[in-house]
Design a protein around this ligand. Sequence first.
Ligand SMILES: NC(=O)c1ccc[n+]([C@@H]2O[C@H](COP(=O)([O-])OP(=O)(O)OC[C@H]3O[C@@H](n4cnc5c(N)ncnc54)[C@H](O)[C@@H]3O)[C@@H](O)[C@H]2O)c1
Length: 423
Amino acid sequence: MSDRTSHPLADSQIRDIGLAPDGQLKIDWVAAHMPLLNHLREAFARTRPFAGKRIAICLHLEAKTAYLALTLQAGGAEVAVAASNPLSTQDDVVAALVDRGVTAFAWHGATDAEYRAHLAALARFGPDLVIDDGGDLVALLHQSYPDVAARVTGGCEETTTGVLRLRAMAAEGVLRFPMMAVNDARCKHLFDNRYGTGQSVWDGIMRTTNLVVAGKTVVVVGYGWCGKGVAKRAQGLGARVVVCEVDPIRALEAVMDGYAVMPIREAAKVGDVFITVTGNRDCITEEAFAVMKDGALLANAGHFDVEINKHDLGRLAARVRQVRRNVEEYQFPDGRRVYLLAEGRLVNLAAADGHPVEVMDMSFALQALALREVAQHAYPPGVHPLPAELDLEVARLRLQAWGVEIDALSPSQRRYLASWRGE
Ligand SMILES: NC(=O)c1ccc[n+]([C@@H]2O[C@H](COP(=O)([O-])OP(=O)(O)OC[C@H]3O[C@@H](n4cnc5c(N)ncnc54)[C@H](O)[C@@H]3O)[C@@H](O)[C@H]2O)c1
């Protein structure tokens, strides 16, 4: 555990503190568009719910996350951050955070070993509370830092993959502290996974390739909350959309939403752009690469870079070369070329700025409220849903920020809905 009196800059492992002014400009921009976090920041500054607490954050380190860290800091916490993905870290934003008193262990393009060392440093920071995205921090605390894990009083998990891992830990009886499944809140997955991923995946692909989407055949692998958003926006951009699924109900939804549905071995022959969003591994493998068209683009938006099998790609390719920032060309012996974007990592974060600001305002308001909830109430170890009232509060605040009014149930409507007599 680090010396509690030491300075964040001395403890931090970052690229260059001199980048802080650029990072601060990025944070100022998002702060101006995050009314929910602004509201919570003011409330936290008054009530200090995290006074005396250490909070470890493992999230994508860009400006919106930085503003969440500063919001929690305003609530009295000592905050440290590390990246949940080595390619999504923005060095200027990290520098600005350190300048504002947050300890940081991250730089863009960290190797696997550096990424693990940064997470280990975050664990040694000795948090009371944690925010995780994908489950790497919580897994590390349990596997390698049991003494630190024993002192953690609770935390929150951001994404589908992380919640799955937490449930696996809870099922084995090894999860030692309470974790709120923020991803499962309605204000999270209905908006962040669907509209956030839907928009930002296309932002990443378009700014990385500068190619047209209209008229192309886009194959979306996985028709969950993220896949629905990616497919809908592809359709809006003028693409023909093909969906690949393993769940018959989600496949049926895709059919009735108007998309072609087929197995990946068939979709592989017709696709121009492939996007995986399953949370699963090996969704596009050798079988598909063997029949893909020359020039096909491959992108992943699922949490880990295991959805497109990079091992198969490397083994099959006669030549691999970088042809553009974030674009690698794999040329097969028969001359066909396919292009892997952002090394198969989350394309919207590794090759763009992640979800739109207003969407992350909702997700991070949920994180801040969920963390306050676990800090103030003694939840038992396990995976817990966010209280429905907090979910509704975030929706109300978002509507209010957009100036949207809605109706309210009358007393007689309430009685009618609660009655079985049909009065
Ligand atoms: N890029 C981002 O910013 C972002 C945002 C939120 C979530 N995520 C991540 O995206 C992934 C998906 O999240 P979600 O909320 O949509 O999950 P989800 O559970 O709602 O959907 C996943 C879908 O993939 C399908 N699937 C699983 N294996 C498959 C296979 N081999 N072939 C075809 N379909 C398959 C499942 O049946 C399911 O319908 C997760 O890893 C999640 O953590 C990424």
